[in-house]
Design a protein around this ligand. Structure first.
Ligand code: AGP
Length: 590
């Protein structure tokens, strides 16, 4: 949620900042802006709109100077207006601040500051430059003023700050929001995500809560929040912006759907000893709780099923934003398995931190190397599916499922057998792409004026119904609900009328007979039935064929046509599937 970048070096800053922001746009895309320092003053351009629009309208690349900060916004406090876009400045326009997070006590601070300071935006952020303006009058340096300022802030923040009074440095600090610094031969960077760094960045270091970094052209130094110098370990970046391209696809979402099969194979590359240790710990734990949000939570629901089915181990899934409300039941006998593509989701981090505090062990399944969740976990499995840029999670879901299969198989001492099977499934997923592509695209166009969709399934595929519905909602803005097929008759059936699409995930497994009865109940009320199955049934108006396989593997096959249906529905409705309205990929606010 909001992407930050800062650069200080020998090269013109603006083009570098813009390029970095292009790779951070997945974090927010309702407004964009950059500020540089040149001719002894802060030069700033910002506006509403996607980065490309703001860049063109304001010629962002032309801002002079070799130091600067940039921001892409996902609005939390204050509407999407030019005044609310970042960077924000103080009354003297000497300080420029970019912020990701939420300042909880901004109202109190604003009412105190308003007597002396002119506020121009509705944001929580704007209190920061005004506080800095005050503290700079009693500080020896910008970093000292930043330390004094953050002591007054409640809430979460990642901040990159510069001042025309000290035009050679950037100061950055964070709490509950990510920041990473990067070194290159021609200057140093600081960003919300190392994905923003150009290939010239050869060393990176992740910042921890309450650390402050002072970034100058040829050095980066770190301090604790009481001003003590600390040394941090630099590592090689795991990937960089050069890797992130749509190749020949029109959208990242389609490219990433097409990468599902290789994501399964990527996730399978793990240290078997580690998987086995984790499986043993899971079996030993008295209580297993999965926690995650959105798509990752649906993956967790499949995990819950697999742990029970393959290893007879009961677990529960708690939505991360609700985790706190169950804190009374968490203790040292609890093992929490947190799933997160980004590893930065604030709700997940919050739940995991709380569980850790209460003595629980934290395992995580994460895509982004060295993300905050990965760093705070006792054990981590990486998804290894490469950067996922489309806001809608697709390939990372397949990777999460793969890791959950592996853990469940290891728990029942059958890891090698599971790996063999997963390899076969990955080949089936690949072959099946070409089979249904046109069919699904036509279906998306045929249903493009429908506004309500119901996704139903039983057993292990129930979570896939929910995930299919989430995908459609996110990118096409049609209302969709996913539910266990047997639950329809307990209320939702009242909404089924002539022509309402019911997407039934009903492979020929032990749930088929009962699911067909539930489909029958909707068809009798006029529903338009789309069957996702390996077996044709005349009850279907449309059949999306998938190959037959042992039933526990169906989720890896059934999810792909649902992702494609969502993608083509977005296109048919004229929406941008990569940047759906109101959403952002990495949700770093609670
Ligand atoms: C998925 O398509 C969504 N963009 C969203 O639900 C996402 O899965 C959720 O925000 C969790 O993200 P995470 O996996 O990075 O924690």
């Amino acid at each position: 949620m909001c992407g930050l970048i800062g650069y200080c070096g020998e090269e013109p800053a603006a083009p570098l900042l813009v390029k970095a922001l292009q790779h951070l746009e997945y974090r927010g895309y309702d407004s964009a802006g950059i500020a540089t320092i040149a001719d002894g003053r802060v030069q700033l351009k910002k506006d509403v709109g996607k980065l490309g629009e703001v860049r063109q309208k304001h010629q962002l690349d032309d801002l002079p100077g070799t130091i600067g900060v940039g921001h892409v916004r996902w609005a939390t406090h204050g509407g999407v207006t030019q005044a609310n876009a970042h960077p924000h400045t103080d009354c003297t326009k000497k300080v420029a601040v970019v912020h990701n997070g939420i300042i909880q006590n901004h109202r109190e601070l604003r009412s105190r500051l308003e007597a002396k300071h002119a506020f121009v935006s509705e944001t929580d952020t704007e209190v920061i430059p005004h506080l800095l303006e005050e503290h700079l009058t009693t500080s020896n340096s910008l970093e000292q003023a930043v330390l004094k300022t953050t002591r007054e802030l409640e809430g979460s923040y990642a901040l990159v700050i510069m001042s025309s009074q000290e035009p050679e440095k950037l100061v950055a600090t964070c709490k509950d929001n990510p920041l990473v610094v990067g070194k290159s031969r021609k200057g140093n960077f600081i960003a919300s995500d190392d994905l923003a760094f150009p290939e010239s960045v050869t060393q990176i270091a992740f910042m921890e809560d309450d650390e402050t970094a002072v970034v100058v052209k040829d050095n980066i130094s770190f301090f604790t929040n009481d001003g003590h110098r600390i040394e941090k370990k630099f590592i090689e970046p795991s990937w960089n912006s050069g890797e992130v391209s749509k190749q020949n696809y029109p959208h990242f979402m389609l490219k990433e759907i097409m990468e599902n099969s290789q994501s399964i194979r990527g996730a399978m590359v793990q240290d078997k000893k580690l998987i086995t240790h984790m499986a043993m710990d899971i079996l030993r734990a008295k209580q297993i709780i999965f926690t995650a949000c959105g798509t990752s939570r649906y993956a967790a629901l499949v995990g819950r099923y697999l742990f029970s089915k393959l290893a007879g181990k009961f677990s529960d899934v708690i939505i991360s934003s609700e985790f706190h409300y169950f804190s009374d039941s968490i203790d040292k006998n609890t093992l929490v398995i947190a799933l997160s593509q980004s590893g930065e989701t604030a709700d997940v981090m919050d739940g995991a931190k709380l569980a850790k505090k209460k003595g629980a062990k934290i395992f995580s399944l994460v895509n982004r190397n060295n993300s905050s969740l990965a760093r705070m976990s006792d054990r981590v499995l990486y998804l290894n599916c490469g950067a996922e840029i489309g806001v809608a999670a697709t390939k990372s879901f397949s990777s999460q499922l793969t890791l959950l299969y592996m853990l469940a198989f290891a728990m029942s001492n059958r890891l090698d057998e599971g790996l063999e099977k997963l390899n076969e499934v990955s080949i089936m997923v690949e072959k099946n792409f070409s089979k249904n592509g046109k069919n699904i695209e036509e279906l998306a166009w045929r249903t493009k004026d429908k506004n309500d969709f119901y996704y139903i399934a039983r057993g292990i595929n129930f979570a896939i119904a929910s995930e299919g519905a989430l995908k459609l909602k996110e990118v096409s803005y049609a209302h969709a609900e996913g539910m266990p097929a047997g639950e329809l008759k307990h209320g939702t059936l009242a909404l089924i009328e002539e022509g309402v699409p019911v997407i039934a995930i009903c492979p020929s497994d032990h749930t088929l007979k009962e699911t067909l009865s539930n489909i029958e109940e909707t068809r009798a009320r006029g529903a338009f039935i789309v069957g996702i199955s390996d077996q044709y049934n005349p009850i279907f108006h449309e059949w999306i064929e998938i190959p037959s396989i042992e039933y526990i593997y169906y989720p890896l096959l059934t999810i792909v046509p649902l992702q494609l249906l969502a993608y083509h529905s977005a296109i048919a409705r004229g929406k941008d599937p990569d940047k759906p309205r109101n959403l952002a990929k990495s949700v770093t606010v609670k």
